[in-house]
Design a binder for this molecule. Structure first.
Ligand SMILES: Nc1ncnc2c1ncn2[C@@H]1O[C@H](COP(=O)(O)OP(=O)(O)OP(=O)(O)O)[C@@H](O)[C@H]1O
Ligand SMILES: [Mg+2]
Length: 228
C-alpha cells in the first residue's frame, strides 16, 4: 500500500525581477511517500531551494496543487502555514542558522516556545533527549561560536527535531562541512530516517545519493526525464 505524504501537481513558480518574470519551477509533479529519504539534485540556479521552500511552507507556489498529508494546502492562510511549520516540520540549513546570542540549550528551546510548550519540565525533557540523540549533552551551555561546524549542524538537527516533526527539510546540510563531518551528519540523518522521519534534502554532491531512497534532478526548473 502506498502512503503518500506530499503531492505536487503541475506546480509553477515565478519570481518578478524588475519588469521581468522569471519562470523558476515549470510544471513540477512530485509524490513523496511517508518515510522516504528524497534527494533533490541539480546545478546552481536550477530551482532546488525554491522547490524545497515551497514544500516546507517557507514560500508559496503560483500555480498548481500542493497536497500535504491529504489536505489541499495550495492556498492556505499565513496562520495555518505557520502552524504547520511549527508543529510538523523541522528545518536544517547549510549555514546552520543558529542564534548566536543564545546557548545550545536555548537554541533548541526556540521551536518549543513557538509551538506553545508551556511546561518548563516538559521542555527540559524534550531538549535533553534531543541533545542526547545528537551526542551533545555536554555542550548544552556552550554558545554557537564555541562549536565546530559539525557540532553546530548537530545542534541545528536537534532543534529541527525537538517538536517531533513528521518531515525534515535540509538544504545542503553538509555544504559547509568537510567530507568526514558531512558523513557524520548524513549518518545522523539516516538514523532519523530509519526511525520513520521523512527527509527531503537538497544537495550538489553525488556521493550523498547513497543515503537516498529516491533522487530527483532539476534542470532549469524542470525535472529531468527519468528523475521521477
Ligand atoms: N527571491 C528571488 N527573487 C528573484 N529570483 C530568485 C529569487 N530566489 C531565487 N531566484 C532565482 O531563481 C532561480 C532558482 O534559484 P534557487 O535558489 O532555487 O536555485 P538553487 O538550485 O537552490 O541554486 P543553488 O544550488 O545555487 O543554491 C535562480 O535563477 C535564482 O536566481
Ligand atoms: Mg539553493
Amino acid at each position: 500500500m502506498t502512503n503518500i505524504q506530499i503531492e505536487l501537481k503541475d506546480v509553477q513558480k515565478y519570481y518578478k525581477v524588475g519588469k521581468e518574470k522569471l519562470h523558476v519551477l515549470k510544471n513540477i509533479n512530485l509524490e513523496i511517500q511517508s518515510g522516504e529519504f528524497l534527494m533533490i539534485m541539480g546545478k546552481s540556479g536550477s530551482g532546488k531551494t525554491t522547490l524545497l521552500n515551497i514544500l516546507g511552507f517557507l514560500d508559496k507556489l503560483d500555480e498548481g496543487k500542493f497536497i500535504f498529508e491529504s489536505q489541499d494546502v495550495s492556498n492556505l492562510s499565513e496562520n495555518k502555514r505557520s502552524e504547520l511549520r511549527a508543529h510538523k516540520i523541522g528545518y536544517v540549513f547549510q549555514q546552520f542558522n543558529l542564534i548566536e546570542t543564545l546557548n545550545v540549550w536555548q537554541n533548541i528551546e526556540v521551536p518549543l516556545l513557538y509551538s506553545g510548550h508551556k511546561n518548563k519540565n516538559e521542555r527540559k525533557k524534550l531538549i535533553e533527549s534531543r541533545l542526547y540523540d545528537v551526542g551533545l549533552l555536554e555542550k548544552a551551555n556552550s554558545f554557537p561560536n564555541h562549536l565546530s561546524g559539525g557540532q553546530k549542524q548537530r545542534v541545528a538537527i536537534a532543534r529541527a527535531l525537538v517538536n517531533n516533526p513528521s518531515i525534515i527539510f535540509a538544504d545542503e546540510p553538509t555544504g559547509a562541512l568537510d567530507s568526514e563531518t558531512g558523513e557524520d551528519i548524513m549518518n545522523l540523518l539516516s538514523k532519523l530516517n530509519k526511525s520513520g522521519t521523512t527527509i527531503i534534502m537538497v544537495t550538489h554532491d553525488h556521493d550523498m545519493t547513497k543515503y537516498a531512497s529516491k533522487v530527483v534532478t532539476l534542470k532549469d526548473g524542470v525535472f529531468n526525464k527519468g528523475g521521477l
